[in-house]
Design a protein around this ligand. Sequence first.
Ligand code: TYD
Length: 194
Amino acid sequence: MLIDLEGIDGCGKSTQTKLLQKKLEEKGEKTLILKEPTNEPHGQKLWDVLKGKMKATNEEILDFFVLDRKQHVKEKIKPALEQGTVVLMDRYYYSSMAYQVAGGLNVDYIRNKHDFAPTPNIVLVFDLPVTTALERVHGHREADEFEKEDHLEKVRAAYLNLKDDPIVKIVDATRKPEEIFQEVWMLVSEVMNG
Ligand code: TYD
């Protein structure tokens, strides 16, 4: 069982990941939370790019994510799945299908680059307005964030564009964490029992 939790920065996916882990453990499942980008060398390079310390084209950025993910799949994700562990991904290749699409790349092109990666059983996309998400990140909206806001609007739109993919579930993330989790658990139980 492979569950991918997605959404723009500040959407609350980390909280939901922890709630889901707790619930699954209560049900007797073995679980593992994994996060992308990783702290391995390719992931480190990505953090340099994301923090503006290193310049790269969108194509190069995608290649870094793919290399980082290849190693992650081989060393962590596949071994855990083979042991019957429920793997909770705090971002996976669906992040590339939103963020790198917002950067200008084609969604099918990105998907096709991930034939090495196990397909999730379910992808939960926590959706909320960009302004709300930014307020959550900073406690308030910062004046110099228009550029970032503009970019995140594109990311949000790219996520919403995935709604016809049968494994993608768009979850309204403007609600209280407990309320959101009720829906998360309903969706995950459906997949696990079905
Ligand atoms: P994020 O999980 O938001 O890190 P943190 O919780 O430490 O802030 O991920 C960092 C950034 O990487 C985020 O803005 C989204 C971006 N990202 C991509 O652009 N493509 C990808 O494939 C992944 C996994 C992340």
